[in-house]
Design a protein around this ligand. Structure first.
Ligand SMILES: Nc1ncnc2c1ncn2[C@@H]1O[C@H](COP(=O)(O)OP(=O)(O)OP(=O)(O)O)[C@@H](O)[C@H]1O
Ligand SMILES: [Mg+2]
Length: 345
């Protein structure tokens, strides 16, 4: 399959109301052709609603969606040329794997000769060559999801949508399929919009992530920018783990050696892995009592209490220069000033 088919996608001020519920609220998103974008957000933030409106399974209350330069809001799903993989496998149980994958091609009235070749190719691509005669019931969960993936890409749609496609699978299988999806994306060059509420999955797979909350985008950025430069408390807290240190009269931030502009900065985000006992030159430092130490395999996680009473989490590599701290110990902890991110909300 070639990478010829790819299209940009755009949501323009899309709103979707269900009675009093505002599922999407002036949702704006521009995805470049061939880009892998993930919609990430808590349950109920509007991710599925956005995909359904793009795929044509639902209609916006206001606003418009574009595939290429074409407004598609009035087109039925089958005219939008979008491949979709749902959370539940949604294979036709009475059909063989071959017939499941062939379905979109038959819908497009493609000749039988060509269908055989394209189905075989799609099944090869998801490493299920030779499984064409099986029924879905005779496959594992991961294999079924691979068939769904093959069915979604067999017609080479310029846009591929995936809604929580891996959520039902166990961790190991999930990681395998994540790799598979990355490979497929590279190979096909298709524009992908992927939905998940698993931030690890989003960080691994995406060119950019649109972090959603209450029907809106809070931040649309590369995984590293989202992680390193969150624009709000919600983003800092949702992506990875962090310590949110309030900037208020209690003086917690000052106790860490920070001096944010108290007139505008409401809190400071400090990632646990940015804190260290092995100090670097120029670090801001503070004294803390180690309250608890937990072994996590590659890292050791400690709870630190500073003199103002504020409790921080610290994550140190186990292969680091110092032996793990012990509970009750008083220790000096440092971090680079540049790793403290000011939050204004
Ligand atoms: N058909 C519907 N009727 C009424 N409310 C709906 C309908 N579909 C979605 N909603 C509401 O719209 C909001 C957004 O739902 P949506 O399914 O888009 O969330 P989501 O981000 O996909 O969540 P999840 O991670 O749980 O799948 C929710 O409050 C939901 O209850
Ligand atoms: Mg959903």
């Amino acid at each position: 399959m070639s990478g010829a088919g790819r299209a940009p996608v755009r949501f323009e001020k899309v709103s979707r109301h269900f009675g009093n519920v505002v599922a999407l609220d002036g949702f704006d998103l521009a995805v470049a052709a061939g880009e892998f974008v993930t919609l990430l957000g808590p349950s109920g933030s509007g991710k599925t609603t956005a995909l359904n409106i793009l795929a044509g399974f639902d209609r916006a209350t206001a606003g418009e969606v574009f595939i290429g330069e074409r407004p598609v809001g009035a087109l039925p799903p089958e005219k939008r040329n979008v491949g979709m993989v749902f959370q539940s496998f949604a294979l036709f149980p009475h059909m063989s794997v071959f017939d499941n994958v062939a379905f979109p091609l038959r819908m497009r009235r493609i000749a039988g000769q060509e269908i055989a070749g394209r189905v075989a190719k799609a099944l090869e691509m998801v490493r299920l060559g030779g499984y064409g005669d099986r029924r879905p019931a005779a496959l594992s969960g991961g294999q079924r999801q691979r068939v769904a993936l093959a069915r979604a890409v067999v017609a080479e749609p310029p846009v591929l949508l995936m809604d929580e496609s891996l959520s039902a699978l166990d961790l190991k299988l999930r990681e395998d399929l994540q790799e598979e999806i990355r490979r497929l994306h590279r190979q096909l060059g298709t524009t992908v919009i992927f939905v998940t509420h698993d931030q690890g999955e989003a960080l691994t797979l995406s060119d950019r992530i649109a972090l959603m909350n209450r029907g809106r985008i809070c931040q649309f950025d590369t995984p590293t920018a989202l992680y390193d430069r969150p624009v709000s408390r919600f983003v800092a807290d949702f992506i990875g783990r962090t310590n949110i240190v309030p900037v208020d009269a209690a003086g917690h931030a000052a106790a860490l050696g920070l001096s944010p502009d108290a007139a505008t900065v409401r809190a400071v985000s400090l990632r646990p892995e940015k804190l260290r006992r092995a100090l670097h030159a120029g670090d801001l430092t503070f004294e803390a009592v180690v309250e608890d130490v937990a072994f996590h395999g590659a890292t050791v996680e400690s709870r630190l209490r500073v003199p103002t009473g504020f409790v921080l989490r610290m994550s140190e590599a186990r292969s680091g220069p110092l032996p793990p701290p012990f509970p009750g110990e008083t220790t000096r902890v440092g971090f680079a000033a540049g790793d403290a991110v000011a939050l204004y909300d």
